[in-house]
Ligand binder design. Structure first.
Ligand SMILES: NC(=O)c1ccc[n+]([C@@H]2O[C@H](COP(=O)([O-])OP(=O)(O)OC[C@H]3O[C@@H](n4cnc5c(N)ncnc54)[C@H](OP(=O)(O)O)[C@@H]3O)[C@@H](O)[C@H]2O)c1
Length: 270
């Protein structure tokens, strides 16, 4: 499996998977061959992810785990305490990749303070890599200045065929930051698109697999999720699909700026 900044190019997403369903789907994903799991404090499933990791029998070095600090935990005491709790729930001494889930709220701790807290937990060895999520180019610039020599390993942002997020992707490419595409299947909206369907037919695969193969061909990390074992497997197999230059050109043409996730605390998007 190709990796970018040490991050396996395809991972299994876990948003909205709770309780036993989280445990079962993560275990199934590990059994299917995923070696990268994406979770977050806000998903409320880190303990179930940790249990699946432990039951899988795989060694910590064999599975890459990302978690994210929730914005309500950006304060002085909560930040470190929440990361320690995440480590404990996940059963890891070190999180492979620790992200800030969103830029902080306007009335919360200052940007300088919570970036400083991210730097501190990194310096103290709680995370092997640090990064951000839902950050704009301006915010990545500001964070990089404050982090000094510490590398921003990834920015995790919405990206799929209908919202290709080019400005942020190009910035990440130029600055050596892995661009992780969340909601890479546009939350299922890729089904029945005629271009994806036609290219899928040519490769004898589904629209979803083509949607993922395209993002990987663009050099992005992808973190799809599915509750269906067959899709869990076929989404992983998308890493093997090789698209032609003409197919990539047609898929680039599907971009229509369709943003699916923009809560009221979102930044001014690029
Ligand atoms: N950092 C952030 O702020 C942030 C925000 C959103 C998401 N994320 C991460 O990104 C992950 C993925 O994003 P997401 O959960 O929003 O959505 P997604 O992966 O784009 O889409 C999941 C949906 O697509 C369907 N699906 C899965 N495989 C398919 C296929 N091959 N063909 C057609 N439909 C398919 C699934 O239905 P079935 O279950 O029926 O298969 C599910 O409804 C999350 O789980 C989370 O880890 C991060």
């Amino acid at each position: 499996m190709k990796s970018i900044n040490g991050i396996p190019q395809i991972g299994f997403g876990t948003w909205r998977r709770r309780d036993d369903e989280a445990y079962q789907t993560v275990l199934a994903a590990l059994e299917a061959g995923y070696r990268h799991i994406d979770t977050a404090q806000a998903y409320g499933n880190e303990a179930e992810v940790g249990r699946a990791l432990s039951v899988s029998g795989l060694k910590p070095d064999d599975v890459f785990v990302t978690t994210k600090v929730w914005i309500d935990n950006y304060g002085e005491d909560a930040f470190r305490r929440s990361v320690e709790e995440s480590r404990e729930k996940l059963g890891r001494d070190k999180v492979d990749l620790l992200l800030l889930h969103w830029p902080g709220r306007a009335d919360g701790p200052s940007f300088e303070d919570y970036i400083g807290r991210l730097a501190e937990v990194y310096d103290d060895g709680l995370a092997a890599r640090i990064g951000v999520s839902n950050f704009t180019r301006t915010l990545m610039d500001k964070a990089a200045d404050l982090l000094g020599g510490r590398k921003i390993a990834a920015n995790q942002v919405e990206c799929h065929v209908f919202h290709q997020n080019r400005l942020v992707a190009d910035y990440c490419d130029k600055n050596g930051i892995a661009f992780t595409a969340y909601s890479p299947l546009a939350q299922g909206k890729i089904a029945d698109d005629p271009v994806l369907k036609a290219i899928g037919e040519a490769h004898d695969v589904s629209e979803g697999e083509i949607a993922l193969a395209f993002l990987m061909a663009e050099g992005h990390v992808v973190i799809p999720t599915s509750s269906k074992p067959e899709r869990v497997r076929s989404n992983l197999a998308a890493a093997e699909i090789v698209l032609s230059d003409d197919e990539i050109k047609r898929l680039r043409g599907l971009d229509k700026g369709l943003r699916l996730i923009s809560p009221d605390w979102a930044p001014d998007w690029d």
